[in-house]
Design a protein around this ligand. Structure first.
Ligand SMILES: NC(=O)c1ccc[n+]([C@@H]2O[C@H](COP(=O)([O-])OP(=O)(O)OC[C@H]3O[C@@H](n4cnc5c(N)ncnc54)[C@H](OP(=O)(O)O)[C@@H]3O)[C@@H](O)[C@H]2O)c1
Length: 253
């Protein structure tokens, strides 16, 4: 199958492309770096010619509320219009577990808007809602940095390895459209402050970790388990220790 991977040069996208190609598919990475821009429209119609499936794992270059909303809405609309013209049979996109439960976050509102465009877009679709990536943990922690400490929410996070997200995306892209959502999360759910302590114990970071129920994650307070998966979700096998061992092995190579 010809499978166009929008954002195919990114963290998830580059692994999706490799996995699909290893299974004999014509996997085409598409992003500004390859001459395809879903905002300006440059190269979009051309790359769709003959495509069976489009995977969208792009991300916005700017995350302010208005910018991120404009990116995901415009990009998704442009993609779906081109997919309808080209007769693409399946649109697969990655969203975020609990996005609709946390409307104070501009980024999560933008992901909900992206999902709504897909649901109304007239192309058979599958939305994978994933939890936060383990690879994203240092950034989550640093978002709470205050001098010699980090202040983090006490709400639960169920971090998942990006490689397992990519594997699931590749599998969904070669399956029939669900015309609905599939959830994927990691095997461990801890509060954000507990994740930070775990990370610091391995990196030797001496900063104090402050658990604050009112600290914000991407602009929103977390009240409990909004970012954790529900019934019927797929659960990844890679926990923090296994992920860390894999990272260390990768760095040594
Ligand atoms: N981080 C998390 O914990 C998390 C959790 C759940 C879901 N997600 C979702 O997962 C998705 C992928 O995230 P990621 O971390 O893999 O992203 P990433 O590494 O930041 O990659 C972003 C990709 O988007 C491309 N892109 C940017 N602007 C574009 C445009 N105008 N047209 C086409 N492509 C464009 C980039 O292309 P260039 O390389 O050419 O700039 C790059 O390939 C996102 O939708 C995100 O919301 C993330």
């Amino acid at each position: 199958m010809k499978i166009v991977v929008i954002g195919g040069t990114g963290r998830i996208g580059s692994t999706v492309v490799k996995r699909l190609a290893a299974h004999g598919h014509d996997a085409v990475p598409a992003s500004p770096a390859t001459g395809v821009d879903t905002i300006s429209g440059e190269g979009v119609a051309e790359v769709m010619v003959g495509a069976d499936v489009v995977v969208d794992v792009s991300n916005a270059p700017a995350w302010e509320d208005d910018a991120v909303l404009a990116f995901f809405t415009t990009s998704t609309r442009n993609l779906l219009a081109a997919e309808r013209d080209a007769g693409v049979g399946h649109h697969v996109a990655v969203s975020i577990v609990g996005a609709d439960l946390l409307p104070d976050s501009g980024y999560l509102r933008a992901k909900v808007a992206q999902e709504a465009e897909i649901e109304a877009g007239g192309v058979p679709y599958t939305i994978l809602r994933a939890t936060q990536f383990l690879e994203f943990l240092p950034q989550i922690v640093d978002a709470g940095a205050e001098g010699d400490s980090v202040r983090l929410p006490t709400g639960l996070m169920q971090l998942v390895a990006a490689d397992e997200v990519a594997a699931t995306v590749a599998e969904l892209a070669t399956s029939a459209p669900a015309n609905g959502r599939v959830e994927l999360g990691g095997p461990e759910a801890l509060s954000a402050d507990a994740w930070a302590r775990r990370l610091f114990a391995t990196t030797g970071d001496g900063r104090e970790v402050i658990a604050d129920p009112h600290a914000r994650y991407f602009g929103t307070e977390l009240h409990g388990g909004e970012l954790t998966t529900g019934d019927g979700a797929r659960i990844g096998a890679i926990d923090f220790d296994r992920w860390l061992a894999g990272e260390a092995e990768g760095a040594a190579r």
